[in-house]
Design a protein around this ligand. Structure first.
Ligand code: AMP
Length: 171
């Protein structure tokens, strides 16, 4: 899978100085790269009977929906505050570049449904930790978290102790 790195664009100082942004649009518009990316995200989970894939706004929607389809699972969005129309639960979290909140619909998951969380980048882990908390608050059984990119130097895994964390590419 390492060759997928050549298809990801690195944008320095976006969205603010000092951040190296991993731009996956250059991977998504490559049909073979897109398919291999979904292969890599889904592979560890094909035999795990995943009921729902939870994707985190916004790139997690693209990856998560494709992985859900591959795993014959449903898809559930976790969104930025104020975007989901029905009753929600909210958790606040620290981002590599700011502070924000996340929301999930209260009735998004059936009790005990087996869930895989998918996102593009695991950086400091704050986003993923908040998402894991939301999944459990609405009754989901969190089976694992799958990321395209893990930024090892930010040690996001330390916020996810006890979780099954998988990443396709590490930097
Ligand atoms: P964190 O909460 O620090 O793990 O940040 C993860 C979230 O922020 C993910 O949803 C990513 O889409 C986004 N993100 C954080 N750092 C980067 C980066 N260097 N390049 C692209 N996206 C990033």
């Amino acid at each position: 899978m390492e060759h997928l790195k050549t298809k990801i664009r690195h944008v320095p100082d976006f969205p603010k100085p000092g951040i190296l942004f991993y731009d996956i649009t250059t991977l998504l518009n490559d049909a073979q790269g897109f398919r291999e990316m979904v292969d890599g995200l889904a592979a560890p989970h094909v035999a795990q009977r995943i009921d729902q894939v939870v994707g985190i706004e916004s790139r997690g929607f693209i990856l998560g929906a494709a992985v859900a389809n591959r795993l014959n699972a449903g898809f559930v969005p976790i969104r930025k505050p104020g975007k989901l129309p029905s009753k929600t639960h909210r958790e606040d979290y620290a981002l590599e570049y700011g502070v924000d909140g996340l929301e999930i619909h209260e009735d998004a998951l059936g009790q005990g449904q087996r869930v895989l969380i998918v996102d593009d980048v695991l950086a400091t882990g704050g986003t993923a930790k908040a998402a894991a908390g939301l999944v459990r608050r609405v009754g989901g059984e969190l089976v694992g978290l799958s990321f395209l990119i893990e930024l090892n130097f930010l040690n996001g895994r330390s916020k996810l102790t006890g979780e099954a964390v998988h990443s396709v590419l590490q930097y």
